[in-house]
Design a binder for this molecule. Structure first.
Ligand code: NDP
Length: 307
Protein backbone atom coordinates (compact mmCIF):
# COMPACT_ATOMS: atom_id res chain seq x y z
CA UNK A 1 0.00 0.00 0.00
CA UNK A 2 1.35 3.42 -0.94
CA UNK A 3 2.08 5.52 2.16
CA UNK A 4 1.45 9.26 2.32
CA UNK A 5 1.81 12.09 4.81
CA UNK A 6 -1.44 13.68 3.76
CA UNK A 7 -4.27 12.92 1.37
CA UNK A 8 -6.71 15.65 0.38
CA UNK A 9 -10.20 14.76 -0.80
CA UNK A 10 -11.73 17.36 -3.10
CA UNK A 11 -10.54 19.97 -5.58
CA UNK A 12 -12.62 23.07 -4.99
CA UNK A 13 -11.10 26.24 -3.51
CA UNK A 14 -10.75 24.44 -0.14
CA UNK A 15 -8.97 21.37 -1.51
CA UNK A 16 -6.64 23.29 -3.81
CA UNK A 17 -5.72 25.83 -1.11
CA UNK A 18 -4.98 23.00 1.31
CA UNK A 19 -2.87 21.44 -1.46
CA UNK A 20 -0.91 24.66 -2.05
CA UNK A 21 -0.13 25.06 1.66
CA UNK A 22 0.72 21.41 2.39
CA UNK A 23 2.83 21.19 -0.77
CA UNK A 24 4.77 24.32 0.19
CA UNK A 25 5.30 22.75 3.62
CA UNK A 26 7.00 19.81 1.89
CA UNK A 27 4.27 17.28 2.71
CA UNK A 28 3.84 16.12 -0.93
CA UNK A 29 0.04 15.92 -0.74
CA UNK A 30 -1.96 13.54 -2.88
CA UNK A 31 -5.21 15.17 -3.98
CA UNK A 32 -8.20 13.16 -5.17
CA UNK A 33 -10.05 15.65 -7.32
CA UNK A 34 -13.42 13.87 -6.90
CA UNK A 35 -16.33 13.45 -9.29
CA UNK A 36 -16.36 17.15 -10.17
CA UNK A 37 -12.78 18.25 -10.76
CA UNK A 38 -12.49 21.87 -9.65
CA UNK A 39 -15.76 21.74 -7.71
CA UNK A 40 -18.81 23.92 -8.06
CA UNK A 41 -16.99 26.90 -9.59
CA UNK A 42 -16.48 24.83 -12.75
CA UNK A 43 -20.20 25.44 -13.43
CA UNK A 44 -20.07 29.14 -12.72
CA UNK A 45 -19.59 31.89 -15.24
CA UNK A 46 -18.04 35.06 -13.91
CA UNK A 47 -16.81 35.25 -10.32
CA UNK A 48 -16.86 38.91 -9.29
CA UNK A 49 -16.09 38.67 -5.60
CA UNK A 50 -12.85 36.69 -5.40
CA UNK A 51 -10.16 39.17 -4.29
CA UNK A 52 -7.35 39.83 -6.73
CA UNK A 53 -9.49 39.85 -9.88
CA UNK A 54 -10.79 43.43 -10.25
CA UNK A 55 -12.32 42.65 -13.65
CA UNK A 56 -13.81 39.33 -12.47
CA UNK A 57 -12.65 35.88 -13.49
CA UNK A 58 -14.40 32.89 -15.06
CA UNK A 59 -14.98 30.09 -12.51
CA UNK A 60 -13.18 27.37 -14.52
CA UNK A 61 -10.20 29.67 -15.10
CA UNK A 62 -9.93 30.44 -11.40
CA UNK A 63 -9.93 26.73 -10.57
CA UNK A 64 -7.41 25.95 -13.28
CA UNK A 65 -5.09 28.59 -11.85
CA UNK A 66 -5.44 27.15 -8.33
CA UNK A 67 -4.68 23.66 -9.62
CA UNK A 68 -1.57 24.83 -11.47
CA UNK A 69 -0.42 26.72 -8.37
CA UNK A 70 -0.76 23.56 -6.24
CA UNK A 71 1.06 21.46 -8.85
CA UNK A 72 3.85 24.01 -9.07
CA UNK A 73 4.73 23.26 -5.45
CA UNK A 74 4.59 19.49 -5.93
CA UNK A 75 0.99 18.51 -5.14
CA UNK A 76 0.01 15.33 -6.99
CA UNK A 77 -3.55 15.64 -8.25
CA UNK A 78 -5.41 12.61 -9.59
CA UNK A 79 -8.88 12.46 -11.07
CA UNK A 80 -9.65 8.97 -9.73
CA UNK A 81 -12.73 8.78 -7.54
CA UNK A 82 -12.37 7.67 -3.92
CA UNK A 83 -14.60 4.68 -3.10
CA UNK A 84 -14.17 4.60 0.68
CA UNK A 85 -12.11 5.78 3.60
CA UNK A 86 -11.40 3.93 6.81
CA UNK A 87 -10.83 6.23 9.75
CA UNK A 88 -11.17 3.56 12.45
CA UNK A 89 -7.45 2.83 12.62
CA UNK A 90 -4.29 4.82 11.99
CA UNK A 91 -2.76 5.34 9.42
CA UNK A 92 -6.07 5.98 7.63
CA UNK A 93 -6.84 3.96 4.53
CA UNK A 94 -8.21 5.56 1.37
CA UNK A 95 -9.46 3.23 -1.38
CA UNK A 96 -9.73 4.46 -4.95
CA UNK A 97 -10.19 2.28 -8.02
CA UNK A 98 -7.91 -0.76 -7.73
CA UNK A 99 -5.59 0.97 -5.26
CA UNK A 100 -5.50 1.65 -1.56
CA UNK A 101 -3.38 4.29 0.15
CA UNK A 102 -2.27 4.74 3.73
CA UNK A 103 -2.13 8.26 5.04
CA UNK A 104 -1.01 9.81 8.30
CA UNK A 105 -3.44 12.69 7.89
CA UNK A 106 -6.53 13.43 5.85
CA UNK A 107 -8.02 16.73 4.74
CA UNK A 108 -11.66 16.46 3.71
CA UNK A 109 -12.82 19.09 1.24
CA UNK A 110 -15.52 17.17 -0.61
CA UNK A 111 -17.87 20.13 -0.93
CA UNK A 112 -21.59 19.99 -1.50
CA UNK A 113 -24.05 18.91 -4.22
CA UNK A 114 -27.25 20.45 -5.51
CA UNK A 115 -30.47 19.78 -3.60
CA UNK A 116 -33.59 18.69 -5.45
CA UNK A 117 -37.28 19.35 -4.78
CA UNK A 118 -38.37 15.73 -4.58
CA UNK A 119 -41.66 16.36 -6.43
CA UNK A 120 -43.47 14.14 -8.91
CA UNK A 121 -41.90 14.19 -12.39
CA UNK A 122 -38.61 15.78 -11.26
CA UNK A 123 -36.59 12.58 -11.47
CA UNK A 124 -38.24 11.46 -14.71
CA UNK A 125 -37.43 14.70 -16.51
CA UNK A 126 -33.88 15.30 -15.23
CA UNK A 127 -31.82 16.08 -18.33
CA UNK A 128 -35.07 16.47 -20.32
CA UNK A 129 -35.92 19.94 -19.10
CA UNK A 130 -35.18 19.62 -15.38
CA UNK A 131 -31.75 20.90 -14.36
CA UNK A 132 -29.88 22.13 -11.31
CA UNK A 133 -27.26 23.96 -13.35
CA UNK A 134 -28.24 26.92 -15.50
CA UNK A 135 -24.63 27.49 -16.53
CA UNK A 136 -24.36 23.97 -17.90
CA UNK A 137 -27.77 23.63 -19.52
CA UNK A 138 -29.04 27.16 -20.16
CA UNK A 139 -28.01 27.03 -23.80
CA UNK A 140 -30.60 24.30 -24.51
CA UNK A 141 -33.46 26.60 -23.54
CA UNK A 142 -33.03 29.14 -26.30
CA UNK A 143 -36.42 30.56 -27.23
CA UNK A 144 -38.28 28.84 -24.39
CA UNK A 145 -40.00 30.02 -21.23
CA UNK A 146 -38.50 28.55 -18.08
CA UNK A 147 -39.03 28.64 -14.32
CA UNK A 148 -36.39 28.62 -11.64
CA UNK A 149 -37.07 27.66 -8.04
CA UNK A 150 -35.26 29.45 -5.20
CA UNK A 151 -34.75 32.93 -3.81
CA UNK A 152 -31.05 32.87 -2.90
CA UNK A 153 -28.01 34.36 -4.61
CA UNK A 154 -27.60 31.34 -6.84
CA UNK A 155 -31.19 31.40 -8.12
CA UNK A 156 -31.02 35.09 -8.99
CA UNK A 157 -27.63 34.82 -10.61
CA UNK A 158 -28.79 31.84 -12.66
CA UNK A 159 -32.07 33.54 -13.59
CA UNK A 160 -30.14 36.50 -14.96
CA UNK A 161 -27.84 34.16 -16.86
CA UNK A 162 -30.82 32.25 -18.31
CA UNK A 163 -32.27 35.41 -19.84
CA UNK A 164 -29.46 35.20 -22.41
CA UNK A 165 -31.26 32.20 -23.88
CA UNK A 166 -34.80 31.90 -22.57
CA UNK A 167 -37.60 34.16 -23.72
CA UNK A 168 -38.85 34.51 -20.16
CA UNK A 169 -37.75 33.40 -16.70
CA UNK A 170 -40.20 33.10 -13.81
CA UNK A 171 -38.61 32.84 -10.38
CA UNK A 172 -40.69 30.79 -7.94
CA UNK A 173 -40.09 31.85 -4.35
CA UNK A 174 -41.63 29.73 -1.62
CA UNK A 175 -41.94 32.50 0.97
CA UNK A 176 -42.69 36.19 1.02
CA UNK A 177 -39.14 37.40 0.44
CA UNK A 178 -35.91 36.73 -1.37
CA UNK A 179 -32.81 35.67 0.51
CA UNK A 180 -30.41 36.95 -2.15
CA UNK A 181 -28.13 39.95 -1.66
CA UNK A 182 -29.36 43.41 -2.63
CA UNK A 183 -27.18 43.89 -5.75
CA UNK A 184 -28.37 40.57 -7.22
CA UNK A 185 -31.99 41.40 -6.38
CA UNK A 186 -31.69 44.77 -8.08
CA UNK A 187 -30.10 43.27 -11.16
CA UNK A 188 -32.84 40.66 -11.49
CA UNK A 189 -35.64 43.15 -10.83
CA UNK A 190 -34.22 45.42 -13.51
CA UNK A 191 -34.34 42.64 -16.09
CA UNK A 192 -37.56 42.81 -18.09
CA UNK A 193 -37.37 39.10 -18.96
CA UNK A 194 -37.67 38.10 -15.28
CA UNK A 195 -40.81 37.95 -13.14
CA UNK A 196 -41.26 36.73 -9.55
CA UNK A 197 -44.02 34.61 -8.06
CA UNK A 198 -44.00 34.56 -4.25
CA UNK A 199 -45.58 32.01 -1.89
CA UNK A 200 -45.27 29.57 -4.75
CA UNK A 201 -44.09 25.98 -4.73
CA UNK A 202 -43.86 23.38 -7.46
CA UNK A 203 -46.25 20.47 -6.94
CA UNK A 204 -45.39 18.47 -10.03
CA UNK A 205 -43.27 18.60 -13.18
CA UNK A 206 -45.43 18.04 -16.23
CA UNK A 207 -44.22 16.51 -19.47
CA UNK A 208 -45.16 14.61 -22.60
CA UNK A 209 -42.99 11.62 -21.74
CA UNK A 210 -40.01 13.02 -23.65
CA UNK A 211 -39.58 16.55 -22.32
CA UNK A 212 -40.93 19.03 -19.81
CA UNK A 213 -44.03 20.90 -20.93
CA UNK A 214 -44.92 22.72 -17.72
CA UNK A 215 -45.14 22.80 -13.94
CA UNK A 216 -48.06 22.49 -11.58
CA UNK A 217 -47.68 25.13 -8.88
CA UNK A 218 -49.46 25.92 -5.63
CA UNK A 219 -49.87 29.27 -3.90
CA UNK A 220 -49.38 28.58 -0.20
CA UNK A 221 -51.49 31.60 0.84
CA UNK A 222 -54.56 30.95 -1.29
CA UNK A 223 -53.98 27.17 -1.76
CA UNK A 224 -54.75 27.80 -5.43
CA UNK A 225 -53.25 25.29 -7.84
CA UNK A 226 -52.40 26.32 -11.39
CA UNK A 227 -50.19 25.31 -14.29
CA UNK A 228 -47.43 27.20 -16.03
CA UNK A 229 -46.55 26.18 -19.54
CA UNK A 230 -42.73 26.11 -19.68
CA UNK A 231 -39.98 24.16 -21.41
CA UNK A 232 -37.66 23.98 -18.43
CA UNK A 233 -37.43 23.86 -14.66
CA UNK A 234 -34.24 24.92 -12.91
CA UNK A 235 -33.84 24.00 -9.27
CA UNK A 236 -31.61 26.32 -7.24
CA UNK A 237 -32.46 25.67 -3.61
CA UNK A 238 -29.03 25.25 -2.10
CA UNK A 239 -26.68 22.36 -1.64
CA UNK A 240 -26.18 19.41 0.66
CA UNK A 241 -22.76 18.40 1.94
CA UNK A 242 -21.02 15.40 0.40
CA UNK A 243 -20.50 13.41 3.57
CA UNK A 244 -21.97 9.97 2.76
CA UNK A 245 -18.52 8.34 3.01
CA UNK A 246 -17.97 9.66 6.52
CA UNK A 247 -21.28 8.72 8.15
CA UNK A 248 -20.62 6.72 11.30
CA UNK A 249 -16.92 7.68 11.19
CA UNK A 250 -16.97 11.41 11.92
CA UNK A 251 -19.28 13.59 13.96
CA UNK A 252 -21.82 15.26 11.65
CA UNK A 253 -24.55 17.81 12.23
CA UNK A 254 -27.40 18.19 9.71
CA UNK A 255 -25.13 16.27 7.36
CA UNK A 256 -22.19 18.70 7.67
CA UNK A 257 -18.91 17.62 9.24
CA UNK A 258 -18.49 19.19 12.66
CA UNK A 259 -15.26 21.11 13.12
CA UNK A 260 -13.98 22.27 16.48
CA UNK A 261 -14.60 26.03 16.86
CA UNK A 262 -11.95 28.23 15.23
CA UNK A 263 -10.06 25.21 13.88
CA UNK A 264 -10.34 22.61 11.12
CA UNK A 265 -10.17 19.71 13.57
CA UNK A 266 -12.83 16.98 13.32
CA UNK A 267 -13.88 14.36 15.86
CA UNK A 268 -11.02 12.10 14.69
CA UNK A 269 -7.44 13.27 15.41
CA UNK A 270 -5.50 13.57 12.17
CA UNK A 271 -8.61 14.25 10.08
CA UNK A 272 -9.15 17.89 9.12
CA UNK A 273 -11.99 19.51 7.23
CA UNK A 274 -12.38 22.53 4.96
CA UNK A 275 -14.93 24.19 2.70
CA UNK A 276 -18.65 23.74 2.08
CA UNK A 277 -18.67 20.20 3.52
CA UNK A 278 -18.32 21.81 6.95
CA UNK A 279 -19.85 25.24 6.28
CA UNK A 280 -23.62 25.71 6.50
CA UNK A 281 -23.36 29.44 6.74
CA UNK A 282 -21.01 31.27 4.38
CA UNK A 283 -20.38 28.86 1.49
CA UNK A 284 -18.21 31.27 -0.46
CA UNK A 285 -15.18 30.44 -2.60
CA UNK A 286 -13.05 32.73 -0.47
CA UNK A 287 -14.21 31.26 2.86
CA UNK A 288 -13.62 27.76 1.47
CA UNK A 289 -10.10 28.79 0.48
CA UNK A 290 -9.53 30.26 3.95
CA UNK A 291 -10.69 27.03 5.58
CA UNK A 292 -8.39 25.09 3.24
CA UNK A 293 -5.47 27.15 4.51
CA UNK A 294 -6.51 26.49 8.13
CA UNK A 295 -6.77 22.74 7.49
CA UNK A 296 -3.31 22.64 5.94
CA UNK A 297 -1.74 24.55 8.83
CA UNK A 298 -3.53 22.44 11.46
CA UNK A 299 -2.49 19.31 9.58
CA UNK A 300 1.14 20.36 9.37
CA UNK A 301 1.22 21.15 13.10
CA UNK A 302 -0.45 17.84 13.99
CA UNK A 303 1.94 15.81 11.83
CA UNK A 304 4.91 17.56 13.47
CA UNK A 305 3.48 16.74 16.91
CA UNK A 306 3.32 13.04 15.99
CA UNK A 307 7.00 12.76 15.16
P1 NDP B 1 -29.35 29.54 -0.21
O1 NDP B 1 -29.40 28.53 0.87
O2 NDP B 1 -28.76 30.88 0.07
O3 NDP B 1 -30.83 29.81 -0.75
C1 NDP B 1 -31.67 28.75 -1.03
C2 NDP B 1 -33.00 29.29 -1.53
O4 NDP B 1 -33.81 28.20 -1.92
C3 NDP B 1 -33.77 30.09 -0.48
O5 NDP B 1 -34.45 31.16 -1.11
C4 NDP B 1 -34.74 29.06 0.05
O6 NDP B 1 -35.93 29.61 0.51
C5 NDP B 1 -35.03 28.25 -1.20
N1 NDP B 1 -35.45 26.88 -0.91
C6 NDP B 1 -34.83 25.96 -0.13
N2 NDP B 1 -35.49 24.79 -0.15
C7 NDP B 1 -36.56 24.98 -0.96
C8 NDP B 1 -37.61 24.14 -1.39
N3 NDP B 1 -37.71 22.88 -1.00
N4 NDP B 1 -38.53 24.67 -2.23
C9 NDP B 1 -38.44 25.95 -2.64
N5 NDP B 1 -37.46 26.78 -2.29
C10 NDP B 1 -36.52 26.31 -1.45
O7 NDP B 1 -28.61 28.79 -1.42
P2 NDP B 1 -27.83 29.37 -2.70
O8 NDP B 1 -27.46 28.16 -3.47
O9 NDP B 1 -28.58 30.44 -3.37
O10 NDP B 1 -26.50 30.02 -2.08
C11 NDP B 1 -25.62 29.23 -1.27
C12 NDP B 1 -24.48 30.13 -0.77
O11 NDP B 1 -23.67 30.50 -1.88
C13 NDP B 1 -24.96 31.40 -0.11
O12 NDP B 1 -24.12 31.69 0.97
C14 NDP B 1 -24.82 32.42 -1.20
O13 NDP B 1 -24.59 33.72 -0.67
C15 NDP B 1 -23.62 31.91 -1.97
N6 NDP B 1 -23.65 32.35 -3.38
C16 NDP B 1 -23.10 33.57 -3.66
C17 NDP B 1 -23.10 34.05 -4.95
C18 NDP B 1 -22.50 35.40 -5.20
O14 NDP B 1 -22.06 36.04 -4.27
N7 NDP B 1 -22.46 35.88 -6.41
C19 NDP B 1 -23.68 33.29 -6.06
C20 NDP B 1 -24.27 32.03 -5.65
C21 NDP B 1 -24.25 31.59 -4.34
P3 NDP B 1 -36.06 30.27 1.97
O15 NDP B 1 -35.34 31.59 1.88
O16 NDP B 1 -37.52 30.39 2.17
O17 NDP B 1 -35.41 29.33 2.94
Amino acid sequence: MEARHVIILGSGPAGYTAAIYTARAGLKPLVFAGPQRGGQLMWTTEVENFPGFPEGVMGPELMDRMRKQAERFGAEIVDTQVASVNLSSHPFVVSAGEDAYESQALIIATGASARWLGVLGEEQYKGKGVSACATCDGFFFRGKDVVIVGGGDAALEEATFLTKFATHVTILVRGEALRASKPLQERARGNEKITFLYYTQVEEVLGDGVKVTGVKIKNSQTQEISELSVGGLFVSIGHQPNTGMFEGQLELTKGFIVRKPDTSLTSVPGVFVAGDVADWNYQQAITAAGLGCMAAMDCEEWLASQE
